[in-house]
Write a new protein. Structure first.
Length: 270
């Protein structure tokens, strides 16, 4: 307590600071007024900015939970959405036959053997209006007891890629121009972004077709090598099976998915 008392007494003994004159007091007052005015303006500006921010935020569209969910395209539309390569010309298809034969042979399952049925054959079907052709490569596949035919055929028919259901009647009619396949079932598979039509007929043949700009590629498996129609009597000689006439091979040798994969394989194109 004594220390505090001594400190207070020493402070009181010091002379008081000189009083400010009227001009100094007026200057201080003016400075305080200007400072208050600046503070008021700054606060007002911040308030306006905050209001503006609220208005802008309210004007923005709400996106949380309201964006449409992207839906994957249907298998029937994939052929139109994806970049579609053109069908090769007849000369390019013919020259690519050796490579196709190798790819087909590589796809033969273990336990089966294969050999060329014949050399790659190309039929030019040019008309006055549209140059058309069929180019086909075939292998004989055997399990030692029976035989079947695995083939790849380009059809350059000059038509555009179908823009709808690949199993539609119009597409079926288009394929019938170059195929003698009988009635059966149709499905569409997606392989690497490409849509492939897969037909299975009553005689257990399976055909996978990938449509190209100006034509298509069909990979076909037939579990038999003989035909009741002679090549000379057929309007579509490329469809005639003229092998050794041995018993049919089990139809499960090549699956729909396996053939669709071959049809979509980019190496099948020159």
């Amino acid at each position: 307590m004594n220390d505090v008392k001594d400190l207070c007494e020493r402070i009181l003994d010091q002379p008081a600071p000189p009083l400010r004159d009227g001009a100094q007091v007026l200057a201080v007052a003016r400075h305080a007024a200007q400072r208050r005015a600046r503070l008021t303006a700054a606060v007002g500006g911040l308030a306006c900015t905050a209001v503006a921010a609220v208005v802008v935020t309210a004007a923005l569209p709400r996106t949380t939970g309201e964006l449409p969910v992207a839906q994957p395209p249907s298998a029937t539309a994939l052929v139109s959405a994806a970049a579609v390569p053109p069908v090769p010309g007849p000369d390019a298809a013919q020259a690519h036959g050796g490579r196709i034969a190798q790819l087909l042979a590589d796809a033969v399952p273990a336990g089966y053997t294969s050999r060329p049925a014949d050399a790659t054959s190309t039929w030019r079907l040019d008309t006055a209006a549209t140059p058309r052709y069929i180019s086909q490569t075939r292998l004989i596949v055997s399990d030692g007891a029976g035989e079947g035919v695995l083939s790849a055929a380009f059809a350059g028919d000059g038509h555009a890629v179908p823009d709808g259901d690949l199993c539609a009647a119009a597409v079926t009619d288009r394929l019938a121009e170059y195929s003698s396949a009988g009635p059966g079932t149709c499905a569409v598979m997606s392989v690497g972004g490409a849509a492939v039509r897969v037909d299975t007929t009553a005689d257990r043949a399976v055909a996978a077709t990938r449509f190209l700009a100006g034509g298509y590629l069909t990979i076909r498996w037939s579990p038999m090598t003989w035909s009741t129609v002679s090549p000379s009597a057929s309007a579509q000689p490329w469809t005639v099976l003229d092998g050794g006439g041995r018993p049919a091979v089990d139809a499960a040798t090549f699956t729909q998915a396996g053939l669709a994969g071959l049809a979509a394989d980019p190496r099948m194109l020159p």
